[in-house]
Design a binder for this molecule. Structure first.
Ligand SMILES: *Cc1c(COP(=O)(O)O)cnc(C)c1O
Length: 374
């Protein structure tokens, strides 16, 4: 079986360095808020091209604490409307509702799975105060257009960059476009820890300070509490392991892009729509971090079964859209046709950086063997 994502093999490549990093933390006697976190925050901010990075416990809390900090700073208040793509992973929306803000679900651009400037503009009302731009599957949203729209309308922009470490437009990376960005280092993400971890990047010093305090009991100075905060910290162990893996992120992304190029050229089947057309420029391929390689098919379930039989493990991201979830039952009667079609048609092919060329070829052949009779 070609596995979907073989984390064991991915991390085994760096085993010696990971063990050395873990040993350094164990032997230091210092496990929370120390030099490893500080160093990782500096290194990741520099990697993204942003001024500040604040390590937090996970990606969801990176998003929650950013919106919460804007509330504490008086930039957002309860019931303000926040635009978010209707087809996103549920975490983007949980961050909004957790803060008692009002998500306004907007249909994505069908070809990129991301927000498009036109539909976003059409969703703006006098109550709109922010946009959550999700870089879904590793492809960065049209950030220059969205930022222009936000500037014109006085809106805050938070990137949900949980799937887009290293994705870029014109060389400018995810995490450096919005007023803030939330990252996840969940083990399966492109930059994955060996446990839970997350971070916020921003150029705004006051925002950085507020998030830092909120994630540390609302405290900037020990035993003095400015806010009713939470405990959401990146720990020294995960930071040390992430520093090792950050050094290999670009090489892994290049391998993902290589596999994507092979799929773009090799998969020739009218029943399978690829995420980037055959005539896409090299630039677009190189700007996409390919966290997932998501194809579409009107015969998705049959394609899944066919590939399973051919020993190719695929997954569906995501089977149920947020507005059809029990958790948001008040939206269950609303219709988002593009989002619903996407959820019925998407299938993620394996795109692990440790796949061999032979395995890539096997996936291509299995896709090309899929026929109407399957
Ligand atoms: C993974 C993910 C998150 C949440 O990250 P966690 O670290 O799992 O909390 C948020 N948004 C998107 C788009 C994600 O893919």
């Amino acid at each position: 079986m070609i596995p979907f994502l073989d984390l064991k093999t991915i991390n085994a490549q760096y085993r010696d360095e990971l063990v050395a990093a873990a040993t350094r933390v164990i032997d230091s006697g210092w496990y929370i808020h120390g030099n490893e976190v500080k160093a990782f925050e500096e290194e990741f901010a520099e990697y993204c091209g942003s001024k500040h990075c604040i390590g937090v416990a996970n990606g969801l809390e990176a998003l929650i604490l950013t919106l919460r900090a804007w509330k504490e700073m008086g930039k957002l208040k309860e019931n303000d409307e926040v635009i978010v793509p209707a087809n996103t992973y549920i975490a983007s929306i949980l961050a909004i509702t957790e803060n008692r803000l009002k998500p306004v679900l907007v249909e994505p651009d069908e070809s990129t799975f991301n927000l498009c400037p036109e539909k976003t503009a059409a969703a703006i009302t006098p109550n709109t105060k922010a946009i959550v731009a999700v870089h879904l599957y590793g492809q960065i949203s049209p950030m220059s257009e969205l930022m222009r729209l936000a500037d014109k309308n006085g809106l805050l922009v938070m990137e949900d960059a949980a799937q887009a470490h290293g994705a870029s437009i014109d060389g400018r990376k995810a995490g450096s476009w919005g007023h803030a960005a939330g990252f996840s280092f969940y083990p399966g993400k492109n930059l994955g820890a060996l446990g839970d971890a997350g971070a916020v990047t921003t150029d705004d010093e006051e925002l950085a300070k507020t998030i830092r305090a909120l994630g540390n009991y609302g405290s900037q100075k020990k035993y003095e509490n400015l806010y009713q905060g939470v405990n959401s910290r990146l720990d020294e162990m995960q930071a040390a392991l992430l520093r090792v893996k950050l050094g290999y992120l670009d090489a892994e992304t290049r391998r993902r892009q290589e596999i994507a190029s092979a799929y773009v050229v090799g998969i020739q089947n009218d029943l399978i729509i690829q995420p980037t057309g055959r005539n896409e420029t090299r630039d677009r391929l190189q700007s996409h971090a390919f966290h997932l390689y998501v194809v579409r098919s009107t015969r998705r379930d049959a394609l899944y079964d066919h590939l399973q039989k051919a020993q190719v493990h695929t997954m569906i991201h995501y089977p149920i859209p947020p507005h059809q979830q029990q958790a948001y039952r008040e939206w269950n009667t609303q219709a988002y046709p593009i989002t619903e079609a996407i959820h019925h048609q998407v299938l993620s092919l394996p795109i692990s950086p440790v796949m061999s060329d032979q395995q890539v070829q096997k996936v291509i052949e299995a896709c090309n063997d899929f026929a109407n009779s399957n």
